[in-house]
Design a protein around this ligand. Structure first.
Ligand code: GLN
Length: 473
């Protein structure tokens, strides 16, 4: 991103030239990172960027090619959510985040692949087929923002947006060796994000470095009257200088180094923590006693909200409508049976069950109560430390068809990312090493609400003295 900005200004490269080169690379590529490439629209954006640059703009984002996850609405560009039910859905408006990036002169190249409706951790349940990990094409890029992560890692864009409900930005970032931020709930507008679980969903940026991630976060953050959960007030710009780590207290939860953590991941994350210590940070052991319930709580709350959000796909208002139905009820039934894939159906059924009369108190209400306890664990922990560090995922990328018949094992892998969504906290994944077999490993940092500045500044401090984020597939 900074390199491209420099080439435009110092070496006379033009956005249209850069874009044409990039579109050629995307055409030859077979990672299946994009569902839709909007060649014409991108060309128009590039021409506009040329004018902005000709007027002497010093905006780093002018002419920067970006990719958008395909559950974020783009005016005139198909937004499928990786689902048959929205296969032909073309939104009439841009999501607020897209509008903000366009205002800065960015080029929107296209829409990236995801698990259907962002429900998953592998980018294999999309109706557009699986995305491959650029580090090993037989493996998953992670998910659900796997298309965005693969596109960034393989330089098929200079940065991307993803969405994170239980880890969908951070886990694919860690599997693909890039940086990804899940912002504080309420700091980035969700207007135009196709809802999965509204109390957990956040849009966030993905890029090679924390500094580039910060530039994108700066561009999309801030109050939006169109999203009632967006938090009003002034949002200070993020400092692009690394945070001085002297005296910063990094909390390391014992619970994050539990059974099931791969030895490769543990070694790399411990290395990362030691690196912070060498930069002057103080390491404090902390406890988060309730996070062991995180996965269970999440799969009740997320499925409950999903079952309600997905009720709108009824064949009347959006997308697919099944032909040949006998009557209205039959039309609903056939549309939803044909439109949704197996994982989405599983979640709708589970969510409907936990919300149903007689079970609501035992499941949904109980989960909401435990969610509060988890949030409280974090407020207490942040009394003793400024940041929390641990792994992003207990494992590195696995085979594209591994575990596909075992959804529960895949759900369990979300153990380290889910707590930040339940508590609404910002969290960042940064590359911190490689496994024996060469696959990338991510370290997760968490901060108190609205302290993205601290999070990103710490990411920059780490990346200014390491080069894991520069390693290309
Ligand atoms: N892997 C989690 C799930 O399957 C998280 C998905 C997400 O963050 N969108 O629900």
């Amino acid at each position: 991103m900074f390199e491209i900005a420099r080439l435009y200004r110092r070496f006379g490269l033009r956005p249209v030239e850069l874009l044409e080169e990039l579109l050629g690379t995307i055409r030859r590529d077979n990672l299946n990172a994009y569902i839709t490439v909007d060649e014409e629209g991108a060309l128009r954006d590039a021409q506009e960027a040329e004018q902005i640059l000709a007027q002497g703009s010093d905006d780093v984002l002018a002419g920067i090619p970006l990719a958008i996850k395909d559950n974020i609405c783009t005016r005139g560009i198909r937004t499928t959510c990786g689902s048959n039910i929205l296969a032909d859905f073309v939104p009439a408006y841009d999501a607020t985040v897209v509008e903000r990036l366009r205002k800065r002169g960015a080029i929107i190249i296209g829409k990236t692949n995801l698990d259907e409706f962002a429900m998953g951790s592998t980018t294999t349940t999309s109706n557009a087929g699986p995305t491959k990990n650029p580090f090993d094409e037989t493996r998953t890029p992670g998910g659900s923002s796997g298309g965005s992560a693969a596109a960034v890692a393989a330089d098929l864009c200079a940065g991307a947006l993803g969405s994170d409900t239980g880890g969908s930005i951070r886990q694919p970032a860690s599997f693909c060796g890039i940086t990804g931020l899940k912002p504080t709930y309420g700091s980035v507008s969700r207007f135009g994000l196709v809802a999965f679980a509204s109390s957990l969903d956040q849009i966030g940026p993905m890029a090679h470095s924390a500094r580039e991630t910060a530039v994108l976060f700066d561009a999309i953050k801030g109050h939006d009257p169109k999203d009632s959960t967006s938090v009003p007030g002034e949002y200070a710009p993020i400092d692009l200088n690394a945070l001085d780590m002297h005296g910063i207290r990094i909390g390391v939860p014992q619970e994050f180094f539990a059974e099931g953590l791969s030895p490769d991941v543990e070694r790399a994350v411990r290395f990362g923590i030691t690196a912070y210590e060498e930069l002057g940070a103080r390491i404090v052991p902390i406890r988060l006693p309730h996070i062991r319930y995180g996965v269970a709580v999440y799969y009740v709350i997320a499925t409950a909200e999903a079952s309600s959000n997905l009720a709108r796909y009824d064949g009347v208002r959006y997308g697919l409508r099944a032909d040949g139905a006998k009557d209205l009820t039959d039309m609903y039934l056939q549309t939803r049976s044909q439109g949704f894939g197996a994982e989405v159906k599983r979640r709708i059924m589970l969510g409907t069950y936990v919300l149903s009369a007689g079970y609501y108190d035992a499941y949904y209400k109980k989960a909401s109560q435990v969610r509060t306890l988890i949030a409280r664990d974090f407020s207490e922990a942040f009394g003793q430390c400024d940041l929390i560090a641990g792994p992003t995922s207990p494992v590195t990328s696995f085979g594209l068809d591994e575990m596909m018949d075992d959804p529960l094992s895949i759900y369990l892998l979300d153990i380290y990312t889910i707590p930040a969504n339940l508590a609404g906290l910002p969290a960042l994944s940064i590359p911190c090493g490689f496994a024996e077999d060469g696959l990338p490993i991510g370290m997760q940092l968490m901060a108190p609400h609205f302290r993205e500045d601290r999070l990103l500044g710490a990411g920059m401090a780490f990346q200014d003295c390491t080069r894991f984020h520069r390693v290309k597939p």
